[in-house]
Write a protein that binds this ligand. Structure first.
Ligand code: SF4
Length: 63
């Protein structure tokens, strides 16, 4: 089964880095918190880049 990324919005500090890195998957919502709007919008290694760039490590994989 494909892995799906999700954002722990309680921890997100609204830095925008994930949405800048992989805009096909992540965007900022109306509260300026990151959300996954298209989990299959980019390959897993690209999504992993966003996970790695998050300064508070609040993006996770869900299997
Ligand atoms: S990189 Fe992390 S802290 Fe920054 S907006 Fe994305 S989820 Fe939030």
């Amino acid at each position: 089964m494909a892995k799906t990324p999700y954002v722990d919005q309680d921890v997100c500090i609204s830095c925008n880095l994930c949405a800048d890195t992989v805009p096909e998957v992540f965007r900022m919502n109306d509260d300026n918190l990151a959300e996954v709007y298209d989990p299959s919008g980019a390959p897993e290694d690209k999504i992993q880049e966003a996970i790695d760039v998050c300064p508070v490590a609040c993006i996770h994989w869900e299997e």
